[in-house]
Design a protein around this ligand. Structure first.
Ligand code: FAD
Length: 453
């Protein structure tokens, strides 16, 4: 079928999901017009306020692989094989992510990834990209979008055939859908915010700066119960650290006002990190304190005319490292659905929504739950024993037992099915322990009886 007998797809947002979606749909035979609010980040530099690096794992890699983009993305990535836990006192502990030592998650640059996706989208003959143009809203009856030039502020209208909302957590496309009857919307903020800081590279033997100051093959965590700091490596030898802390209270951002407060806060709470953070005061002052939002909504699609992808459909907190991975998986599933029903986008979008909404809800909850695990439980001996038991079960009974983390991070099993399978496994393990306990009790009791007769 010729490209021109299919509707033109307008994608709003050329971030991670939008750019990949443009490539995917172009390769499925659609003409795609991609609109991005910001200037071209490859020229203007990356915008602040978002994480500098991201953890990429199997779901994201599979979606990139389908578009032959996994190799350029992974070329500059750093493999993190496990968590490097920094207790307040005592030695750092390494917790592998998987029973398979070759498995890990990859630290990649957000700006580098976005540039690779935009370069690839630009190479598609059926994709055009317009930067610096914001979607103000879409009239979903007439399918007229109002767009605004971000330099002149001039507004124009544009007729669209099909609209994909890839415009992030505060999506304008979703806002337009919200005005319709029976659109469910739930948004809530964490009591915690985050601030990015840096461990810069150290000098190597030849006097160049490029040496990692701490182990680059780990995702470092300083768990401190109600708050925590994490650090992910960058390919230039630095680490991007993120402090997650409550906005209010004793350990909160509001308690850190002066430079002395900053120094005291870090020296008391992260004493082994401070010597590696020579620019702590400047970074703390210069970098914003940002909030963490969760968005759940339904529906994600309107007939064959509109669909939401990525954070526009499901903004999640970053504690499972899955927001981007889930967004890329949206694109992979949307692509499958569209290829299955290219002449009936209504059916394609309905299937996409049915497959992805339960998955989106599941990862949204998992991400919230994992915050508690990262900031509190990972440091405890009980948690370490539980992880060891999980790894032992996975190694000993690979056909029967796969830890939840492994299913979420190293598989493409839909998130909600992974949660269900993990719960069933847990029940099985508890039942096995109860049976073992009963058996041991029976043997002891039988032995006692035998010897007392
Ligand atoms: P975005 O990346 O936000 O892209 C949306 C794009 O739309 C932007 O370019 C924006 O400028 C544009 N836009 C917005 N409004 C409009 C408009 N009205 N008109 C036109 N364009 C518009 N995920 C992971 O998988 N692993 C991680 O390790 C990880 N770490 C994270 C750490 C932090 C601190 C945060 C905040 C998030 C993290 N995430 C992580 C989540 C990840 O960043 C998001 O899930 C991902 O960026 C979603 O991609 P997206 O394209 O849907 O949205």
């Amino acid at each position: 079928m010729s490209v021109h007998t299919r509707p033109v797809v307008t994608v709003f947002g050329a971030g991670l999901a939008g750019a990949l979606c443009a490539i995917r749909l172009a390769r499925a035979g659609f003409r795609v017009e991609l609109y991005e609010r910001r200037p071209d980040p490859r020229v203007a530099g990356a915008a602040g306020g978002r994480s500098i690096n991201l953890a990429l794992s199997t779901r994201g890699i599979e979606a990139l692989r389908e578009m032959d983009l996994h190799e350029p993305v992974l070329a500059d990535a750093i493999l993190m094989r496990g968590r490097g836990i920094h207790p307040l006192r005592g030695e750092r502990v390494f917790q592998p992510y998987s029973a398979d030592p070759n498995k890990g998650i990859y630290s990649i640059s957000r700006a580098g990834l976005n540039a690779i996706l935009l370069d690839a989208a630009e190479k598609e003959p059926n994709v055009s990209i317009v930067f610096n143009t914001r979607c103000v809203g879409v009239d979903l009856d007439s399918m007229e979008a109002t767009i605004e030039d971000q330099t002149t502020r001039e507004r124009t209208t544009k007729r669209c055939e099909v609209v994909i909302g890839g415009d992030g957590a505060f999506s304008a496309v979703r806002s337009s859908m919200m005005k319709r009857d029976r659109f469910d919307y739930h948004q809530f903020y964490q009591t915690h915010g985050y601030k990015e800081l840096e461990i810069p590279p150290a000098e190597n033997e030849s006097g160049e700066f490029g040496k990692f100051r701490i182990d680059p093959n780990a995702l470092h965590i300083w768990p401190r119960r109600s708050y925590m700091m994490i650090a992910l490596p960058n390919s230039n030898g630095s680490f991007t650290c993120t402090l997650f802390a409550p906005f209010e209270g004793e350990h909160g951002f509001e308690s850190i006002r002066s430079d002395d407060d900053v120094t005291r806060y870090f020296e008391q709470r992260f004493p082994d990190a401070v010597p590696h953070m020579p620019d702590l005061l400047e970074d703390f002052r210069a970098n914003p304190t940002s909030s963490l939002v969760t968005v759940r909504c339904f529906p994600w699609a309107l007939g064959g005319r509109v669909a939401l992808i990525g954070d526009a459909a499901h903004a999640v907190v970053p504690f499972y490292g899955q927001g981007m991975n889930a967004s890329f998986e949206d694109v992979r599933v949307l692509g499958e659905c569209v290829e299955k029903s290219p002449h009936d986008l209504g059916a394609a979008f309905a299937e996409y929504q049915a497959r992805r909404k339960p998955a989106g809800d599941a990862i949204s909850q998992l991400a919230i739950d994992n915050f508690l695990e990262m900031r509190d439980h990972v440091g405890s001996p009980a948690f370490r024993r539980k992880k060891k038991l999980e790894l032992w079960l996975a190694k000993t009974f690979p056909r029967w037992y796969t830890p939840l983390y492994e299913m979420v991070t190293f598989s493409t099993i839909p998130y909600h099915l992974a949660v269900r399978k993990a719960a069933a496994q847990d029940r099985m393990v508890v039942a096995a322990f109860v049976a073992l306990g009963a058996f041991a009790f029976f043997i002891v009791a039988a032995t006692v009886v035998a010897f007392s007769v």
